[in-house]
Design a protein around this ligand. Structure first.
Ligand code: ADP
Ligand code: MG
Length: 695
């Protein structure tokens, strides 16, 4: 039999000890090839490189010890326990077993020598280890200590640590025989003092006895940075490549709408802020190019993104093409429908509305006007981009509150609007400010504009946190605010992401508040209402017929009612900071001083306390987002729970996003000087297709 050729690209089954069943289990962990094992990094390490004297054991530590059996006995403590007392001259230790076989019991003869590894606990008669790993030593066998730290891999159902150690050992062996290419150029490694790939991998799987474990556990060791850096670089290169491809596509240059949009701006009841003007210019310049715009607008809640989007749409429509605006929820889409038609109808612009819950006849009519170009502006939810929607001449797509849509949807949308006229220009807007370095990682395919200024006269929302035991006081606050002619929101907690429970909780709260506040007109809006009902509720609130609006978090994004000046949020301790900031952004839109009361369920943990303090102390969405990133990680900010930010194998954006400026520099230099290596890095980390489509 010729020995099978093994290299890093071989399937895992070339390793000894892997049958189909185990390969299957590992496959479910996304481990398919030998190389994948190298990137499965240990979560922590155990120190078996030195023996600890029994007289020096500390409760809570995990350590390697050695000794001679002094006594072994079974005792009954409710169930049978096997107790083995060992000693080494400096002290004694009891090994306690609840499950044991007769043979096992017989091994522990008086005088037998063994080494054990386990966690030390305080027992009734001195230090104990419960079910330690142990090994009996033959007569003259010396105590063996390891010469590297022992890796502990992420737990895998049905795959023992010992097995994983054995498999990674084999993978490391294969790696030494045929090492992977070193793809990071020397100048990049030198700039950050990063070790070679092979050295980093060996170190992380088998750190030397004197390794800095604290640094490793914090994920800050240069060897970890080396791998995280390469992975971030791979994703970044892939997004940039995608962008370069998209950017080379043709698009309709939209020139000549200037006069119309200038007139529109001049007729607004307010002046655009300097930031709005700057961003508008950036957008119009993009749209004038014969390649598709791909721009992300970040702007805090209330910074006035909608009007900027409207100007972009108007500019397109004035050039005789169609524009579409898409929002993530019906409520938000409806609000845009109202604002846009109010702005555009007087100009003689025809609009169409498209949503998932629309009646068949209305939908047919909308589809027709979209297809024959009668509708110049189309407003809707993601229903805009479903089968059967054919645009006549779509040249601009605006996506609002983009954090609800993931990378993949963004890509898909880009394809959707393609026609003979080329790709549509794309503008995405988010009110969840993303810290700069994180945005570099997540939105490397987009240009970014920031509206970093609020319209004049806005007062910061005064925020306080109160325990729910003081709910009565909160209700009194609502009463006096409403009696003074103001309006208030009361946001109910989200219950386990369940629509049904969510809405029941809102109903219950509504009943309670309506009966506690008989002199106040209370309304209810929740996610399970039909759009028409919701619309009715929101409109009644906007028109002032309702004074207190009880709602679920459906009102989170975008809703605009300037007369509302009090926001109550229940179970605030369970919500993300950026989400709370969004909710709070529903008030503070008028000239009156607004207040936000965050109601929490006591007792508050340390972290929850810190989180609520962030909101109390800052009204700046970027500050809130940065703290959210530090405290909760990037998933919350980028909405990855709903959508797909890539799963990084090694990089952790909360920890490693700060590498992004260097990643960017490295990417640019590699694209110029080592394009083959750049492509190989993408392949290594994202597979042949690249994660975001073909690259
Ligand atoms: P967001 O950026 O959160 O989407 P909106 O676009 O809903 O904010 O704007 C919030 C409110 O501010 C709206 O009532 C809008 O009409 C108003 N607004 C926008 N720009 C200005 C401005 N430059 N001056 C005064 N009010 C403005
Ligand atoms: Mg908005």
């Amino acid at each position: 039999m010729t020995p099978e050729r093994k290299d890093l690209a071989s399937p895992l089954t070339v390793l000894s000890g892997i049958g189909p069943a185990l390969a299957d289990k590992l496959g479910r962990l996304n481990l398919h090839r030998v190389e994948d094992l190298l990137f499965l990094l240990p979560l922590r390490y155990e120190d078996r490189t030195q023996l600890v004297k029994l007289g020096a054991l500390e409760a809570g530590s995990r350590c390697l010890v050695s000794g001679e059996v002094l006594l072994a006995e079974t005792v009954y403590r409710g169930r049978r326990n096997l107790l083995v007392r060992i000693g080494d001259g400096s002290g004694q230790l009891t090994l306690r077993f609840f499950h044991f076989s007769r043979q096992q019991q017989a091994q522990f003869k008086q005088g037998a020598r063994l080494t054990c590894f386990g966690e030390v606990r305080k027992g009734p008669a001195g230090p104990e280890m419960i079910h330690p790993e142990y090994r009996l030593l033959r007569d003259h066998q010396a105590n063996a200590v390891d010469d590297s730290l022992t890796p502990v891999y992420p737990a895998t159902e049905g795959v023992q640590q010992g097995r994983l150690r054995n498999l990674t050992e084999q993978a490391l062996h294969i790696m030494r025989q045929s090492p992977p290419a070193e793809l990071l150029p020397r100048d990049v490694r030198d700039a950050l003092d990063l070790p070679l790939l092979v050295d980093a991998i060996v170190y992380l799987h088998r750190p030397p006895a004197d390794a800095d474990v604290t640094l490793l556990l914090a994920g800050k060791h240069p060897c970890q940075l080396r791998l995280a850096f390469e992975e971030l670089l791979a994703h970044y290169l892939s997004l940039r490549k995608l962008r370069a491809v998209a950017e080379s596509e043709p698009a309709q240059p939209l020139i000549g709408g200037r006069e119309v949009s200038d007139a529109f701006i001049a007729a607004l009841p307010f002046q655009l802020t300097a930031a709005q003007r700057r961003v508008t210019e950036e957008i119009l310049a993009d749209m004038a190019r014969p390649h598709p715009m791909m721009r992300l607008i970040q702007g805090d809640v209330g910074s006035g993104k909608t009007i900027v989007a409207a100007i972009a749409c108007l500019n397109a429509i004035a050039c005789d093409v169609q524009a579409a605006i898409m929002a993530p929820t019906e409520l938000l889409a409806e609000q845009h429908w109202r604002s846009f038609t109010a702005w555009f109808e007087p100009l003689g612009i025809r609009s169409a509305w498209l949503s998932g819950s629309q009646r068949a006849a209305a939908r047919r009519e909308a589809l027709e006007s979209i297809a024959d170009g009668d509708a110049q502006l189309v407003v809707g939810t993601h229903a805009l981009f479903q089968e059967g929607v054919n645009f006549h001449n779509l040249a601009l797509v605006v996506i609002d509150e983009q954090h609800r849509f993931g990378v993949h949807q963004r890509m898909a949308l880009r394809e959707k609007g393609v026609s003979d006229h080329g790709h549509p220009h794309q503008l995405v807007m988010t009110a969840t400010p993303i810290p700069r370095t994180l945005a570099m990682a997540a939105y490397a395919d987009l240009d970014t504009s920031v509206i970093d200024e609020l319209p004049p006269g806005r007062k910061p929302v005064a925020t306080i946190a109160l325990p729910e035991t003081r709910r009565d006081e909160v209700i009194e606050r609502v009463r006096s605010a409403c009696l003074a002619g103001q309006q208030a929101y009361w946001v109910c907690p989200l219950i386990e992401e369940s629509d049904v429970l969510d809405y029941e909780a809102a109903e219950v709260r509504y009943e309670l508040l309506a009966s506690a506040l008989p002199e106040i007109r209370v309304g209810l809006v929740h996610g399970r209402m039909r759009p028409a009902e919701k619309e009715q509720g929101m409109r009644a609130f906007k028109d002032g017929q309702i004074q207190l609006l009880v709602a679920t978090t459906v009102i989170e994004v975008g809703v605009d009612v300037p007369n509302a000046s009090l926001m109550i949020v229940e179970n605030a301790e369970r919500m993300g900071l950026s989400q709370l900031h969004q909710l709070r952004g529903r008030v503070g839109r008028g000239a009156k001083q607004s207040h936000c009361v965050l109601v929490y369920k006591p007792p508050l943990g340390q972290l929850a306390r810190e989180r609520l303090a962030v909101l109390r102390d800052s009204n700046d969405g970027f500050v809130v987002a940065q703290r959210d990133l530090e405290l909760r990680g990037p998933g919350e900010l980028l909405g990855t729970r709903q959508t797909g930010l890539p799963d990084y194998r090694i990089a952790d954006l909360a920890r490693d996003a700060k590498l992004m400026p260097q990643v960017q520099i490295a990417a640019e230099s590699m694209q110029r000087n080592a394009p083959d290596k750049a492509a190989a890095i993408v392949r290594r980390w994202l597979g042949d297709a690249g994660r975001y489509g073909k690259v």
